[in-house]
Structures are given as structure tokens and as C-alpha cells.
Design a protein around this ligand. Structure first.
Ligand code: FAD
Length: 463
């Protein structure tokens, strides 16, 4: 059967939009592809800065190898020779001006090796006892969803949650784990608990099989010149076949018979057959102007964070512990939430003789810090860092990056709300899809997975 030539619009040129454009192009369907991005650059949250031999990531710095879509995309683009794995080393938790070594055998903060856990100075004897009791604790009553906090507090007690699990999870979601959906973030832990009863027992069984006989190696990958080179490669690949419209804001989308009319900010309109919106949820909701369909997938405002990369000469810091960095325990008066010794974790980013620290600020209740000047943010970060080692001079240079409303909060019931939105779109706006970090995962591979799934739907709908 002769297939009609369609036009497909991809809204947003972050990693989700770019991945979708690339794989849709590779399908060789009779379609015109238009990618519309409001900024003058592609990549969205991916922003690499290079200067004087330093490679500084202002947004994401790497992706998890285990979720294989990202590595596969790098290979499809012929960039596998540029892949770099993170160096491993001791990670710490900062609590009460002391860096406590992350207990060995802990998986996302969940202790599995009790001998190693016994040695930690971070958790009190009572806290340790509660963890041991996890082995015999009843599994939870089955639930459609619950908060990450509720689940782990029940299984392991408050202390381990506040001091170990919360800071690690905050590094990914920058939110309140007592509101964060377990199903949308770590459904595997719920499933393991339901299957084995004890989560620790389940992790011991499932993790040791995987880890056996393998030397410990880093789990994250990046590219030698930073993730910006992934964006550049995607752009180069799609350029000949995809109409990439930069500096173009999508204002609204209207259904017009079987097609859709997209209104752009320069008063231009384009008519298309299918649309993949990778805009953040609130932006999608606004341009489609159908609040009854979009509902409130994200019930809470996205949270805001900032990071500051600081380059020092080697001799500027005294007593920097061996290792790769720390996260900060939930309780306490620190304003930084984590710090990575980037020159250790990613040695290729830093010229010989220098140190590169990347500190993070901004957490629920402390969003105000983003309104401060660069100098004030740097002073706050250095003040906090000086509580654990000695920084003798100001950095040679620094890069402060604010990410306002950038971290979507998947609160309890999130997956159910995403399912409802997708169902409503299918019924009321056929040929419209949503993907990206507001929906089914915030990690780069999760965004890529969503892009690929959307391409499959566009393909199916094309026939
Ligand atoms: P975005 O990158 O936000 O792209 C959406 C695009 O839509 C933007 O380019 C925007 O300009 C555009 N847009 C918005 N409105 C309009 C409009 N009306 N018209 C046209 N265009 C519009 N993930 C990891 O896997 N590893 C990490 O190390 C990691 N670290 C992170 C660190 C930080 C500081 C942040 C903020 C995130 C991090 N993440 C990390 C998460 C990951 O970076 C994001 O989830 C991912 O990049 C989101 O991609 P996206 O394409 O869905 O959205």
C-alpha cells in the first residue's frame, strides 16, 4: 500500500528530542522531520564547558553503563573509542564535620555486608540493630505505590534513611524522599522485597551473582571531550535529513482535522501529522492548552539546584582525603549537598598539577541560594568544604551553573498519572506523544529509552 508522506515534529532539542530525531531518521520512513528548539544551542541540560585543558560538565557528567541504551547510541554514532569509564575510589558521607567512609557492600546505601557495616562510624548502635532486624521483618502489605522514604524507613529505620539513603537518592532526584514515588524510581527494590521478604537478603542473593570474580570497576561512562560531543555528533548526523529549527519557541499546538497546527514565536505556523513533545511537562501542558488531558502529572514544582566547579593548583588544598567525593547527610547545617573530586573520578577532565572540585547546592527549603551571586555561592561552598579539609586559596577559576526548576519530582502515584496522560492523548490527540525527564525516568538512558519508544509509536501510527 502506498504510504502518505507525513511531517513529524519533535518539540525540544535536549537528549530526548535529539535521540528521537536520530532514530526516526534511521527508520527511513517517508517522513519530513522537524525539530524545534527555543534555544540557540541543542542539548538541553547537557552543557559541556572546555577551557585551558579542563572539561567541565555544567549539567549531567556521565551515564550509567548498565542501562545499555546510552552506550548503544554512542556506538551507533561511531564514538565508542571516546568512551571513558569513571575511576573508582572511596566515597564518603559528610556528617557533623566528619567524612565517614561509605560502608562496603552497601547498594544505594542499603547495607548488605554486616561486618563492614558494623565498622561504620556514621550510624549509632541502635541504627545498626534496626538494620539487622530487617532480615526477619515482614514484607509490606502490597501497595500500588508508596514513598521511597516510607519503604526504606519501614525496612531499615530512620537513621540509615536520613544519613545514607537520602543523600544518595537526592543526588539523582534533588527532592524529598518522603514524597518520592518508589514505583517511579526504584520499583526493583519493592519487587525484591515482595519476592524475598527481606530486601537485604534479596540484594545479597542477586548482587553477589553479578559481582562474582569481577574486579570492581566504575559503573559510569562519559566521552573524552564531554557529553557535549554526543550532542554535536547527533546534530551532525541529523542535519542533512532533519529540519532543525533553533531559536524557535513553540507557542501553541491546535488540532486541525487529522493534522496539528504548531504556532511558533515568529508568527510562523507549521502543519504536521504527528508530534513528539519532549518539552518539560509544564511547557507541554502550556503549549497544548488542554489542562483536562494533561492534568497534574507533576504535582509539585520541579526543584532547583546549582553546581560550582572550582579549579585549584595542586598545592591549594591540604588534607584532601583519598577518594572521589562525598554526599552530605540529611540532618545538619551544611548548604552544600555533595562534592566530587572530579580530577580523581574523571582524571581526563583536569590538566596535570591541578585539582577540580564540583560542589552542589540547593535542596528543598534552600532554593534561595540560587538567587545569590556567583561569588556568594563559591564562598558558601568553600566555607562548607573548609570544615573537612583546608582550602588555602581561591580557585584559579570557577564555573557556577544554576538549574532553576530543572529537577522533576516524581511524587507517589506518578506512573499512574503518566499512564493516564498517555491514554488520554491516544484518545483525544492521536499522533501526539510525550517523552523526556518529566515522565519515565530522569537518567540520560531513561530519556533515550523513552525517545526510542516514541519513535516506535510514530512508526506504527504511520502505517
Ligand atoms: P531537556 O534537556 O530539558 O530538553 C528539553 C528542551 O526543550 C530544552 O532544550 C528546552 O530549551 C526546550 N524547550 C522547552 N520549552 C520549549 C518551547 N516552548 N519551545 C521549544 N523548545 C522548548 N542524568 C544522568 O544520566 N547522569 C547525570 O550525571 C545527570 N546529572 C544531572 C545533573 C544536573 C545538574 C541536571 C539538571 C540533570 C542531570 N541528569 C543526569 C538528568 C539529565 O540531564 C536530564 O534528565 C536529561 O538531560 C533531560 O533531557 P530532556 O531532553 O528530557 O530534557
Amino acid at each position: 500500500m502506498e504510504r502518505k508522506r507525513q511531517t513529524v515534529a519533535i518539540l525540544g532539542g535536549g537528549i530526548t528530542g535529539l535521540t528521537a530525531a536520530y532514530y526516526l531518521m534511521k527508520e527511513n520512513l517517508p517522513v519530513n522531520i522537524v525539530l524545534i528548539e527555543q534555544n540557540s544551542r541543542l542539548g538541553g541540560k547537557i552543557r559541556t564547558y572546555q577551557s585551558d585543558g579542563f572539561t567541565i560538565e555544567r549539567g549531567p557528567d556521565s551515564f550509567l553503563e548498565r542501562k545499555d541504551t546510552a552506550k548503544k547510541l554512542v556506538e551507533d554514532l561511531g564514538l565508542e573509542h571516546e568512551l571513558i569509564r569513571n575511576a573508582t575510589g572511596q566515597a564518603y558521607i559528610l556528617s557533623e564535620d566528619h567524612l565517614h567512609a561509605m560502608p562496603k557492600g552497601a547498594v544505594m546505601g542499603i547495607p548488605t555486608d554486616f561486618d563492614a557495616f558494623e565498622e561504620t562510624t556514621l550510624i549509632s548502635d541502635e541504627g545498626k540493630e534496626l538494620v539487622k532486624q530487617e532480615l526477619t521483618k515482614e514484607k509490606m502489605e502490597p501497595k500500588d505505590d508508596l514513598s521511597v522514604g516510607e519503604f526504606f524507613r519501614y525496612r531499615l529505620g530512620d537513621e540509615v534513611v536520613d544519613k545514607l539513603i537520602h543523600p544518595l537518592i537526592s543526588g539523582i532526584y534533588a527532592g524529598d524522599i518522603d514524597r518520592l514515588s518508589l514505583q517511579a524510581t526504584f520499583p526493583q527494590y519493592y519487587q525484591l522485597e515482595q519476592k524475598y521478604g527481606s530486601l537485604i537478603e534479596a540484594l545479597r542473593k542477586t548482587q553477589t551473582n553479578k559481582a562474582s570474580n569481577k574486579p570492581k570497576q566504575g559503573q559510569f561512562l562519559t566521552l573524552k571531550d564531554g557529553l557535549g560531543s554526543l550532542v554535536d555528533a547527533l546534530h551532525d548526523e541529523i542535519k542533512p535529513s532533519v529540519d532543525v529549527m533553533l531559536d524557535t519557541e513553540v507557542k501553541s499546538v491546535e488540532k486541525n482535522g487529522d493534522r496539528y497546527q504548531i504556532q511558533l514565536d515568529d508568527h510562523k505556523q507549521i502543519a504536521v501529522d504527528q508530534i513528539l513533545s519532549t518539552l518539560p511537562f509544564e511547557a507541554s501542558k502550556k503549549v497544548f492548552n488542554k489542562p483536562e488531558l494533561f492534568g497534574q502529572v507533576l504535582e509539585e514544582e520541579n526543584t532547583s539546584v546549582a553546581n560550582v566547579a572550582m579549579a585549584f593548583p595542586h598545592e591549594a588544598i591540604e588534607q584532601l582525603p583519598e577518594g572521589t567525593g562525598f554526599v552530605v547527610s540529611r540532618k545538619g547545617d551544611y548548604r552544600i549537598t555533595a562534592c566530587t573530586w572530579t580530577h580523581k573520578k574523571w582524571p581526563h577532565t583536569t590538566p596535570e598539577g591541578h585539582l577540580l572540585l564540583r560542589a552542589y547546592v540547593g535542596k528543598p527549603g534552600d532554593e534561595e541560594i540560587l538567587q545569590k551571586s556567583d561569588d556568594e555561592i563559591i564562598d558558601i561552598a568553600i566555607q562548607d568544604l573548609n570544615r573537612v579539609f583546608t582550602i588555602k586559596q581561591k580557585p584559579n577559576f570557577q564555573v557556577v551553573t544554576r538549574w532553576e526548576n530543572a529537577m522533576p519530582q516524581y511524587t507517589v502515584g506518578h506512573i499512574e498519572r503518566v499512564n493516564s496522560l498517555e491514554k488520554a492523548l491516544k484518545e483525544k490527540l492521536p499522533g501526539v506523544y510525550v517523552a523526556g525527564n518529566s515522565y519515565r525516568g530522569v537518567g540520560l538512558p531513561d530519556c533515550m529509552d523513552q525517545a526510542i519508544e516514541a519513535v516506535n509509536q510514530i512508526k506504527t501510527n504511520h502505517y
